[in-house]
Design a protein around this ligand. Structure first.
Ligand code: FAD
Length: 288
């Protein structure tokens, strides 16, 4: 089933994300079990990330196929293009088609240090979106950054390129995580003002350990509100308390999003079925 059709529903959509093992290791049983436990919660769909530079692409595709074909949950396979030759991308699209995957999340991926953009077959995610469109009837999702992509000189320019990405054939957007919903509401206003009409899925990360916050801020430059920093200060040294507080914070963010008309939320559940299950439990009446 295509994600663009799932997003037409009036009922709120709460989806989950999993990540594959590194390509150099066999798929550990623990990852397969985590994926299956999240699928057993019957979310409207699940997405499977891929490693930087497409390093886990084989596992990504097979896990996405397992979720969709064996566990009966619609899935999205992430695909990055930076540093990948056009013929390799075409081969991957062929593999995805052969596996019956209908939904692809098209990403540039992080630019490897020292790589010259001039030498690349794919410079931006937009180039990949065009390639996928030519390859057939896939439903295509792309990334959006409510706080601006770290490489962008301005949010205005970032949104201009986002509009190009959508015009190239992207069907839906999923946002980078954010910890203050006002950031998303302001972003949505600007996105709609730029003429972008596709559904925007809000990305929510339940932070369940204190170390994650440091990594998140370092990687994406996310603004973390003082309210959340105080939670980390108070509970960061107690893993169970931090997990409970992190899930409660994410739940509250989701309730506020739904109350303000954002009908689709993607939870960065990071192969943690207990976190996904607790959030679903917290929202059991709200999601009906
Ligand atoms: P693009 O859309 O190409 O944008 C990258 C930068 O280029 C932006 O600053 C943009 O403004 C600029 N730009 C775009 N078009 C042009 C143009 N024509 N001219 C000049 N500048 C332009 N990474 C992974 O490795 N694996 C994953 O599975 C993965 N999943 C993700 C899921 C989500 C929801 C998000 C938000 C990110 C994910 N990422 C993943 C991270 C992503 O790969 C990086 O953020 C990467 O640096 C940018 O990828 P993109 O597809 O957004 O790039």
């Amino acid at each position: 089933m295509k994600i663009r059709d799932i997003l037409q529903a009036e009922k709120p959509v709460l989806s989950f994300e999993v990540f594959p093992p590194k390509a150099t290791t066999p798929a550990p049983e623990s990852i397969v079990r985590a994926v299956e436990a999240i699928a057993a919660l019957k979310p409207p769909f699940m997405s499977v990330t891929c490693g930087a530079g497409g390093t886990t692409v084989g596992f990504t595709n097979r896990i996405a196929a397992h979720i969709q074909n064996d566990l009966n949950v619609p899935s999205v396979a992430h695909l990055t293009c930076v540093g990948t030759k056009r013929e390799d991308i075409r081969a991957q699209l062929e593999e995805l088609r052969g596996l019956g995957i209908e939904n692809i999340f098209a990403l540039r991926g992080d630019m490897p240090a020292g790589m010259s953009p001039a030498a690349l077959d794919f410079k931006h995610a937009t180039d990949l979106v065009r390639e996928i469109r030519e390859a057939g009837d896939f439903c295509i999702g792309c990334a959006a950054y409510p706080e601006g992509h770290p490489e962008s000189p301005s949010q205005k320019e970032d949104i201009r390129f986002l509009a190009e990405k959508v015009a190239a054939g992207c069907d839906f957007l999923t946002t980078q995580m954010f910890f203050d919903n006002n950031i998303l509401y302001n972003f949505l206003y600007k996105v709609r003002d730029a003429g972008i009409r596709v559904p925007v899925i809000a990305g929510i990360m339940p932070v369940t350990n204190a170390k994650q916050i440091g990594r998140i801020v370092q990687l994406g430059g996310n603004m973390v509100p003082p309210r959340f920093l105080r939670i980390v200060d108070r509970f960061g040294d107690s893993p169970e308390a931090m997990k409970q507080a992190g899930i409660a914070f994410a739940t509250e963010q989701i309730i506020d999003l739904l109350a303000n008309g954002v009908n689709a939320v993607h939870v960065y559940s990071m192969n943690k079925p207990d976190v996904a299950a607790t959030i679903l439990h917290n929202l059991s009446e709200i999601l009906k």
